[in-house]
Design a protein around this ligand. Structure first.
Ligand SMILES: *Cc1c(COP(=O)(O)O)cnc(C)c1O
Length: 377
């Protein structure tokens, strides 16, 4: 089946008791036991452990990623935290130098004091990755395309290197989504999502998820314990919204991607733009890898405005259709100055802007960018 068909099939269950075509939201935190046997009446007991809406979302996402088991969390960071917590003090993690900046921050500030060791590495440098993998390496973290400069990592190659050393590979698949990239098909072991982004898709729900390729994975069992006992779980309503998001994920991402491609081409030809970072352009140094491991370049892009930080901020301030806000993956186009958000440790040039392309018409967005770039100097 194609992704779009699978997305509808995986999220559509007619309610057997009422015939409701859209699944009901089960807000109940507790479920009753039988008076005779004291067995639970249904498969559920207490919502921290599991809940019909969470089960449905976890199953649907696992299907769409081609994995065996899915686990949903209260945020992307809660998913990352639960995975890192499943390691043991003394274990080593390989972490990209360039990725969503709170991921290494969590490792450095919370899990390093707790006993995890780590090496930050440029993931596109194969030799550097090889050198960073030690015998106590349990996990190699990958984020491709990376935030904020859209550098790609060769998933097949990294998975091979990690497996040779007995380590697992986790891919943060938040940006491409399973519509454009399925890391488990490329030999990765775990997929991580901030479902806050494209999967929720409407900037109104915070969430995270992990999908494991193998249900019998020891780490998967441990993470499930941490999810159920630690309790960093999403509410039933959040899970219901996320399942709804999955139904339109394919059409949204493809429409946003088509507009992003048009914008990237427009920006690349603009005299006030120094550089565009987008794997859908021939100028992207890893265009071939993008074609090989992705179904499309996605709807995120960054670009450098000619000049200094103040020039980039001026363009940002002149835009009328783009919302100046952090995050990504919603229906509204967003623009942000990542160096301001990330602070002194940022990898983003001071004159760069990052864009999450929404569902507005491409011509309107391009006209807005054109007027914003035309300020007098
Ligand atoms: C937003 C984001 C995260 C963190 O997710 P939250 O839902 O904000 O906790 C992790 N990775 C990437 C790539 C993200 O964009």
């Amino acid at each position: 089946m194609h992704f779009d068909t699978l997305a509808i099939q995986a999220t559509h269950q007619t309610d057997p008791t009422t015939g409701a075509v859209v699944p009901p939201i089960h807000l109940s935190t507790k479920f009753e036991r039988d008076p005779e046997t004291y067995e639970l009446v249904g498969p559920y007991g207490y919502t921290r452990f599991s809940n019909p809406n969470r089960d449905a979302f976890e199953g649907a996402l696992a299907t769409l990623e081609g994995g065996a088991v899915g686990m949903a969390f209260g945020s992307g960071q809660a998913a990352t935290m639960s995975l890192l917590q499943a390691l043991r003090p003394g274990d080593h993690v390989v972490m990209p130098r360039q990725c969503y900046f709170s991921t290494p921050m969590l490792l450095e500030q919370v899990f390093h004091p707790w006993g995890l060791t780590y090496t930050r590495v440029e993931m596109s440098d194969v030799q550097a990755v090889q050198a960073a993998i030690h015998e106590n390496t349990r996990l190699v973290w990958v984020e491709t395309p990376s935030n904020p400069l859209l550098t790609l990592t060769d998933l097949l190659l990294i998975a091979q290197m990690a497996h040779e050393a007995g380590a697992l590979v986790v891919a943060d698949n938040t940006w491409p989504t399973p519509v454009l990239q399925r890391p488990l098909d490329l030999n990765c072991d775990i997929v991580m999502h901030s479902t806050t982004k494209y999967i929720g898709g409407h900037s109104d729900v915070l969430g995270g998820a992990l999908v494991f390729k193998d249900a019998n994975n020891e780490l998967a069992t441990r993470v499930r314990q941490i999810q159920q006992l630690g309790g960093a779980v999403p509410s039933p309503f959040d899970c219901w919204l996320l399942s709804r998001g999955l139904r339109t994920l394919g059409v949204r991402v493809r429409a946003q991607q088509a507009t992003a491609q048009a914008i990237a081409e427009f920006l690349e030809g603009h005299s006030r733009v120094e550089r565009v970072y987008y794997p859908g352009l021939d100028s992207h140094p890893q265009r071939a890898l993008a074609k090989q491991q992705m179904n499309g370049p996605g709807a995120m892009l960054s670009f450098d405005v000619k000049g200094e930080a103040e020039d980039a901020l001026r363009v940002c301030g002149n835009l009328k259709l783009f919302t100046r806000a952090t995050s990504l993956g919603g229906t509204e186009s967003l623009i942000e100055h990542r160096p301001t958000i990330e602070g002194i440790h940022t990898m983003a040039p001071p004159n760069s802007l990052r864009m999450s392309v929404g569902l507005e018409h491409a011509e309107d967005l391009i006209a807005d960018l054109d007027q914003a770039l035309k300020y007098g100097r």
